[in-house]
Design a protein around this ligand. Structure first.
Ligand SMILES: NC(=O)c1ccc[n+]([C@@H]2O[C@H](COP(=O)([O-])OP(=O)(O)OC[C@H]3O[C@@H](n4cnc5c(N)ncnc54)[C@H](OP(=O)(O)O)[C@@H]3O)[C@@H](O)[C@H]2O)c1
Length: 331
């Protein structure tokens, strides 16, 4: 019989509300506990989602021996401190994107996870979408020849509010860490780590990036042209260009259900792959299966890729004059 994997939620905010609903379609996994900085918020979340235990501090869920893995859904600068404490306690982790606020923070977490042999994965749900799995398989089979370039954009128009996580410097706001991570991760998945990064963009008055265009360059001439914005909406489209065709990933490419394959001169093929639940179930499956198999890393979202993505985000932020920092967390 396969062991049931028991999950704890850390930081019951907007995304945790959605992700926790997808446990209903994940065999072998159950959300059992939630921790908030406020016991009332934890209790409220637990009662609405049918969780057994609520904690008023993150330390308590980290110490709960009946929890196998934590889903960390706090703002980005809080991820690293929580992850380090959890790894020291031997708890496996699924950490929301962006994995950390800085490249150095990501390296520290990954080094510690490897040292302790504890499973850690970035919650980059895009990589687990059935349509993205199908796209990777087709590309590996040579459907568009050799991939030469990627285009992707993801942006939303949000009214500036300095208190909101999205705009607050202290909470790791800005387009790059919130949405840019998707375009960078998509390009990294298909092209690997770039040799050069060039970023152009602007800032909000809080000192976080409002919009950015990124050009990733590879020594052999491959490239990625990427855009992200919190200032204006962007379609959320991605295109992958190969030597023998291209693929249009229809909006929104970060959780797509349909893409169009253009093989050479052939008629375009529309390929659809529905997602389960709200699309978060697939990453929950991956972690659950990895833990049941005793793995310490996912091969679909490996830590090396997370580090490569964080390095690009760091370089782009620096070029835009944005300086993020990891935050201490009162556990
Ligand atoms: N995969 C996706 O589709 C997706 C979508 C949206 C966001 N995200 C990611 O998920 C993370 C959280 O985003 P969100 O939109 O859910 O944020 P949110 O609504 O602001 O919730 C974050 C939660 O973190 C906790 N927290 C801990 N320290 C905090 C601090 N200093 N300030 C504010 N909150 C703090 C809070 O819960 P307590 O105080 O109750 O502990 C809060 O409810 C981010 O990393 C984001 O990029 C992923």
């Amino acid at each position: 019989m396969t062991t049931e994997i028991r999950w704890g939620v850390v930081g019951p905010g907007r995304i945790a509300e959605q992700v926790v609903e997808d446990f209903s379609v994940v065999n072998g996994a159950r959300a059992v506990a939630v921790a908030s900085r406020s016991l009332d918020r934890a209790r409220d979340f637990a009662s609405r989602h049918g969780l057994e235990r609520s904690y008023g501090s993150y330390a308590e869920v980290i110490a709960d021996p009946e929890v196998d893995v934590l889903y960390v859904a706090t703002p980005h600068p809080q991820h690293a401190a929580i992850a380090r404490a959890a790894i020291e306690a031997g708890k496996a982790l699924l950490v929301e994107k962006s994995f950390t606020a800085t490249s150095a923070g990501a390296i520290e977490v990954v080094d510690l996870a490897r040292q302790h042999g504890v499973f850690v994965m970035e919650a980059m749900w895009t990589r687990f979408q059935p349509a993205v799995v199908a796209l990777r398989e087709l590309i590996a089979d040579g459907a568009i020849g050799k991939v030469r370039s990627v285009q992707a954009d993801l942006g939303v128009q949000r009214e500036f509010d300095p208190e909101d996580r999205l705009f607050s410097h202290e909470l790791g706001g800005g387009a790059l860490l919130d949405l840019g991570v998707y375009v960078v991760s998509f390009a990294q998945m298909l092209l690997g780590s770039p040799d050069t990064v060039s970023a152009v963009g602007s800032q909000f008055p809080t000192g976080v990036d409002a919009e950015a265009s990124l050009l990733l360059g590879y020594a052999d001439g491959r490239s990625a042209a990427l855009m992200t914005s919190l200032r204006n909406a962007l379609p959320g489209q991605a295109r992958v260009f190969g030597t023998q065709g291209w693929i249009d990933v229809l909006p929104r490419f970060h959780h797509p259900q349909t893409f169009v394959l253009h093989r050479g001169d052939a008629e375009p093929e529309t390929i659809s792959r529905p997602q389960l639940g709200s699309g978060y179930a697939h990453e929950l499956f991956e972690v659950t299966e990895c833990l049941q198999a005793g793995r310490t890393e996912s091969t679909v979202m490996p830590l090396a890729d997370t580090l490569a993505v964080q390095a690009v985000l760091q370089q782009a932020a620096e070029q835009l004059g944005v300086h993020h920092a990891e935050a201490p967390v009162d556990l």
